[in-house]
Structure formats: structure tokens, C-alpha cells
Write a protein of this length. Structure first.
Length: 578
């Protein structure tokens, strides 16, 4: 329990004024709460002694009303301040988590499941909110109220009676502490199972059309049922421990009440305390039911919050695989791969090996080769999204490790194979590349990407919603929106990673012609399986198993007897260029 308080101490310290006010209001509420039982006990004694007058009755009622109203006002403010603080720490952690998600390299996402990351950003944050709000409110209220009531019981009524009545309390604290530690472990397992189940939901939703086309609905349903059942079992293990708290509290309180009535009757008979004081004592004892029950919940809530906070902090503590200490900027005049070899962090074999290549500003480079030959990996070295391999990748005479990552990427226009679109309009998806682009720049990007004719057939034009991940569009339309998004920023270096595979030959040629005409003096890199997309390139390389096996222009390579020549002959004779 105290571990969690230590972990969020940074937040409590930075908001110390808030928590000082909370403690002040809480102490006032506790002091107000001890007044009614005192009034009840003294009123009973006044009645027994025949001393109660109308004026006294009126004053007692007025005090009662004043205490009730004051308690309401004070409780409102400390509750408001505390729960507002809980929401704020959740908001802070969510912002930090999102910022971390945006900064972490692909290596992290290769190791992590999307569903588990979503669980941390939703369920775990909500548990932290609960622990910081309801948990701290319980900690402060239960402990201060418990101590206040015990002191009042001992000072105003009887210390011996108080000590005897509270003898069962240490047993409750020991058992609940052990239960709390067990809950921490089981809650972590439960949240991990929830993450796996969450990931399965994403897969089912994203692949629903594939599942239906292969008539695998029943199999997917059974698989998901097993994951749900696994989560339910682990969650119920937490709830089984949680269920012990309330009965345990009831038993301890019942023992305390039995002791107080038995020993209290002896004290009344001996004249040590009055009947009114005994009734007041038992009212106080009943008031202890809440803090004692709250302490049980406290161990539960705090240990859940502790487990969830550790899961969130695990992501926040992740270090980026990339060296981002560079501060140099480039103009994109020259690329020089000097014996570059690269292996993915999770890979066993080199994905690129001894790559040596020079590309001048304004040139177009075509990259072709078999599937899995390392074409996309080649590009990822320029994008600086994985740690550098061996050898030197020089841009403008500077090693890529010395370049500022953000400034480097700002010079690039990258169209990936995935063609990721957001659930927004066509306009918003294109303007994502340059939010402040003018209408003329937007129209020009649409024309260059050959998307103008398609746009005319869309019901709402640029305001047409593309659906989640562009579900309402064809593959070719998604590719061209992605190309327009990249072209609108007029990048110094344009990279098309198999970005023309879903368009017809005529549209492909139109896009290529637009790029040739409008990107004079700017560098372009085209990865493709279609040789027609790189005929115009100043330089073409053929990759095989991460190595450059052929290099030259289209005319040179098409006359050779290597892979490029074979593919070109196959295409010319009517075959597929792939």
C-alpha cells in the first residue's frame, strides 16, 4: 500500500496545496462527525436525570442542523479536490503514455501486443485513477477518522473499554495486508490476460471479412471464447480474494461490539461510566465500521493500483532503441551507402549486407528484386527508424547518426506499403502531410497523384469519409491518397515503397510522368515489383538476400542476363513483371 503512495509522491508533492487543503477539510469533517454521538449521549443522561428543558432541546436541534450542514459543505470540498486530483493524474499518465507511444521505435511494437498496450491505456489507467481517488480518500478518511474516534472514545468515555473493544483490530490489519499482496500478483495476471483478449478483439474486427470468406466464424468464436474464459478465471481469482474483506470486517466489528457491550455493562454497574456514555461509546464503535471496512477495501484498491501503475511505468521506462543525439540538418544533396550491413533487433540474419551506393541530388533511384530481398529494409535505413547497422550511411557528408531525426524525416515524403488512412475525410487525410497547405497546394497534390478523376465520382468530394483504415475505398484509391499526402509537402526526398501496386498501368504511368515533370532537382526513390515504374530512373539496383546483385540504368540492365533482364523479357512477351 505504501509502495503505491511512494510511486505517486511526485504528483502529491507537485500538488501539495491541494492535498494540504484536503487534509484540513478532512480533519474538520472528522471533528464534526464526533459531535452528534456526544449530543445523543448527553441528551439521554439529561432525560434520565429529568434535566432536559425546551430551550435545551431547541439548542441541541440547532447544533445538529448546523453540524449536518457544515459536514456536507466540508465533505463536498475535500471529495471534490481529491477526485479532481485523481482524474488529473490519470490525464497526465495518459498523455505521457501517448507521447511515449509516438516516440518509441518499431522494435518496441514488435515486442508488444496492441491489445495489451490498449489495456494499459484504458483499464490500467482507470485502476490508477481509482487508487489515487477512492484509494487515497479511503486512506486519509479511514485512518484519520479511526484515530479521531479512538481518541474521543478513550478521552471522553473510557480508555480501558476502548482498548478491550479494539483488541480484534490488529488481526484484521495483518490478514488484510497479506490478502493485498496476493491481490497485487493476481491483478497483474488478470490485466495481462485482458490485454491478450483485447488483442484478439482487434484481430477479429480487422480480419472479419477474411474470416467470413474462409467460413471460420465458428473457429474464431471458439478461440475468443477460450481467451475470454481465461481472463474470467484470472479475474475471478482477484475477486475471490476481494470477497474475503467484507465478511472479515463484519466478524471483527461484531467481536468489538460484543466486547464493548459485555465490558461496558460491567463498567456501568460499577458506576465508572453512565448509560448515556455507554450508548455514545457504541455509537462511536458503529461509526468505526466504515473505516474498518474501508481499510479492507484500501488494501485491495491500492494493490490493484500498484500493479497497474507498474505496468504503465514499464512502458514509460522503455528506452528508445535509436540514438537520437544528432543535431545536424541536411539539404538532401547526396546519399552514400558505404558498406552498410543491417540486422533487425529481433532477427537472426542480416537483412542488408555490404550495401555500397551513391545517389546525387535530383536523381531517381529504382529498387527492385524478389519479395523479401531487403527493399523496404533499405528504405528504413534512410528513415532512421531502426538502430544503425555497421558501415556508414552518409547524407550530405554527415553520418546519419549525427542527424536530427525529426529534421531528417521532415525532408522526406514516405509512402509505405500499408497505406494507412485515418477515419476522417479525404481532405483531412491528405492535409495530414501538411496541415497548413493552401487550397492550390491541395489541388496540385491531388492532380499529381492522379486522384482527381476518382474525386469527382465521390458523393461528397474532399469531404467524403474514408471509413476506418479507408475501408470504403479501393486499394488504388488508398494508395493515391497516401501519395497525395506525401506530395503535398513537396519533400526534398520522395520515397514510394511499392506505392503503385494497386493502380492500373495507365494511372501508374500518369503518376510517374507527373513526378518526372514536377520533381526536377529533387530526389526520388521508387521501390516496386513492376519494372515499368522504374524505366525512367537514373539508377536502378536489384536486391537479392539483402545484397545489390545488379546496378545500372533500365537500358543497361534489360540487356543483361540477370534477374532484371529476365523480368523485362517476361514482361515484353506478355507475362507478368512479377
Amino acid at each position: 500500500m505504501l509502495d503505491y503512495i511512494k510511486k505517486i509522491s511526485w504528483y502529491i508533492v507537485s500538488n501539495k496545496k491541494r492535498y494540504i487543503l484536503i487534509v484540513i477539510f478532512l480533519m474538520l469533517a472528522n471533528l464534526l462527525d464526533i459531535i452528534p454521538p456526544q449530543l445523543i449521549g448527553r441528551t439521554i443522561d439529561l432525560i434520565n436525570n429529568g434535566e432536559l428543558t425546551a430551550a435545551m432541546t431547541r439548542n441541541i436541534l440547532l447544533i445538529f442542523i448546523g453540524v449536518i450542514i457544515s459536514t456536507y459543505v466540508v465533505s463536498y470540498w475535500w471529495g471534490y479536490l481529491l477526485f479532481e486530483g485523481a482524474i488529473k493524474i490519470e490525464s497526465i499518465l495518459r498523455s505521457r503514455l501517448m507521447r511515449k507511444f509516438l516516440l518509441l521505435s518499431p522494435g518496441f511494437y514488435e515486442r508488444s501486443k496492441t491489445g495489451d498496450l490498449m489495456a494499459k491505456a484504458t483499464n490500467d489507467l482507470k485502476t490508477v485513477n481509482m487508487a489515487t481517488g477512492f484509494g487515497i480518500i479511503t486512506l486519509l478518511d479511514a485512518t484519520t477518522f479511526l484515530l479521531t474516534i479512538i481518541l474521543v472514545m478513550g478521552i471522553t468515555i473510557s480508555w480501558p473499554l476502548t482498548i478491550f473493544a479494539l483488541l480484534p483490530l490488529p488481526l484484521l490489519a495483518v490478514v488484510e495486508s497479506r490478502l493485498g499482496k496476493m491481490i497485487n500478483t493476481r491483478h497483474k495476471a488478470s490485466q495481462e490476460a485482458f490485454g491478450v483478449m483485447n488483442d484478439a478483439v482487434l484481430e477479429v474486427v480487422e480480419g472479419v471479412r477474411l474470416t467470413r470468406s474462409y467460413v471460420q466464424e465458428s473457429a474464431e468464436n471458439k478461440r475468443f471464447h477460450k481467451l475470454t474464459d481465461n481472463y474470467l478465471k484470472k479475474f475471478m481469482k482477484v475477486e475471490q480474494l476481494d470477497a474475503f474483506f467484507q465478511p472479515l470486517t463484519i466478524i471483527v466489528v461484531s467481536l468489538s461490539i460484543a466486547i464493548s457491550f459485555g465490558y461496558g455493562a460491567v463498567l456501568v454497574n460499577n458506576g465508572v461510566i453512565t448509560v448515556g456514555e455507554l450508548i455514545t461509546f457504541n455509537v462511536y464503535l458503529n461509526m468505526l465500521i466504515w473505516p474498518m471496512f474501508a481499510l479492507g477495501m484500501l488494501f485491495n484498491i491500492m494493490e490493484r493500483g500498484n500493479a497497474s501503475y507498474d505496468r504503465i511505468q514499464g512502458v514509460l521506462d522503455e528506452s528508445d532503441d535509436l540514438n537520437d543525439s544528432g543535431d545536424q540538418e541536411i539539404n538532401g544533396t547526396l546519399f552514400n551507402f558505404d558498406d552498410v550491413t543491417f540486422k533487425y533487433p529481433s532477427g537472426e540474419y542480416n537483412s542488408l549486407e555490404n550495401i555500397t551506393l551513391e545517389l546525387n541530388k535530383g536523381e531517381t533511384l529504382g529498387i527492385v528484386g524478389k519479395t523479401g530481398s531487403g527493399k523496404s529494409t533499405f528504405i528504413k535505413q534512410l528513415l532512421k527508424i531502426y538502430p544503425e547497422g555497421t558501415g556508414n550511411l552518409i547524407i550530405d557528408g554527415l553520418n546519419i547518426s549525427t542527424l536530427d531525426r525529426k529534421k531528417l524525416r521532415d525532408k522526406l515524403g514516405y509512402v509505405s506499403q500499408e497505406n494507412i488512412l485515418f477515419s476522417k475525410t479525404v481532405r483531412e487525410n491528405i492535409l495530414f502531410g501538411k496541415p497548413d497547405a493552401s487550397p492550390r497546394e491541395l489541388d496540385e497534390a491531388i492532380r499529381l497523384s492522379a486522384f482527381d478523376e476518382d474525386l469527382k465520382r465521390m458523393p461528397d468530394g474532399l469531404d467524403t469519409l474514408v471509413g476506418e483504415k479507408g475501408v470504403s475505398l479501393s486499394g488504388g484509391q488508398k494508395q493515391r491518397i497516401s501519395i497525395a499526402r506525401s506530395l503535398i509537402k513537396s519533400p526534398d526526398i520522395l520515397i514510394l515503397d511499392d506505392a503503385l501496386s494497386a493502380v492500373d498501368a495507365r494511372t501508374e504511368q500518369r503518376i510517374i510522368n507527373h513526378i518526372k515533370e514536377n520533381r526536377t532537382g529533387k530526389t526520388t526513390i521508387i521501390i516496386t515489383h513492376r519494372l515499368s515504374a522504374v524505366h525512367h530512373a537514373d539508377k536502378i539496383i536489384v536486391l537479392d538476400k539483402g545484397k545489390i546483385v545488379e546496378e545500372g540504368t533500365h537500358d543497361m540492365l534489360s540487356k543483361g542476363r540477370g534477374w532484371y533482364g529476365e523480368q523485362n523479357d517476361y514482361f515484353l512477351t506478355g507475362g507478368d513483371s512479377e
